[in-house]
Design a protein around this ligand. Sequence first.
Ligand code: DHB
Ligand code: FE
Length: 280
Amino acid sequence: MARIVGGIGTSHIPAIGLAMARQQCDEPYWRDFFEAYRPVRRWLETVRPTVAVIVYNDHGLNFFLDKMPTFAVGAAAQYRNADEGWGLPTLTPFPGDAALSWHLIEQLAAADFDLTTCQEMFVDHGFVVPMQLLWPGVTDWPVRTIPIHVNTVQHPLPSPRRCLKFGEALGAAIESWPADERVVVLGTGGLSHQLDGQRAGFINKPFDLYCLEKIVDEPGLLARYSIHDLVALAGTQGPELIQWLVMRGALGRGVRRLESNYHVPISNTGSGLLLLEKAA
Ligand code: DHB
Ligand code: FE
């Protein structure tokens, strides 16, 4: 049976991908940030997942404001990125696993989640930057990927409570897949940031640290916030935390925290990193 080997929460700021493409990782601005990913990469080398389910939000590459699904699941044989205007490189296409995608879609639909299914899907920096960070310099990706988009762009957004429940259903769906896969679930984005408007540049470090702490053993506390609470507390893009809640939900009740890091700021954002394993 498929097994969830762990969950990773990570930032997806485009500037990270640019720094990697320009080989600036050892520069003073970036050194500590990239250093924090070393133990996570070592963990990946040890655990060797075969599939990565990447929960992220599309920012306008695949979906735009005219058509914005709440939850969308990729069901393609491969996924490409493309120029979004950030200057990120176009990477080798990411292999998919259409059979597993359709299994997840069927199970999630049976659990009353209404999905958009995507047999073609461009993946943006929300997906690509974490993949680069976790497997740097790789051209032959070591995992098959399943992109899951959660709307955090066009209001109304799904509530944190709904996203935690979606994650729980996703975890059950993954673990009911009969093939022998080791699955890592990524939740990307956050933490606090506001990219435009009167509070542009707003970061709430105490709230970010609270989220990094509570999501481990008490994710229900974070699920009580409304989207508007998250905007007030963490900025207009702060609701990207809901992708982390999907990841956390997928891991089930008991988890162990293996790594946690907070670096502020990276670009305009409080950047979080968390590695969780399911408790035995
Ligand atoms: C930044 C952060 C994001 O989450 C994003 O999607 C784009 C840019 C930033 O801080 O620059
Ligand atoms: Fe983002």
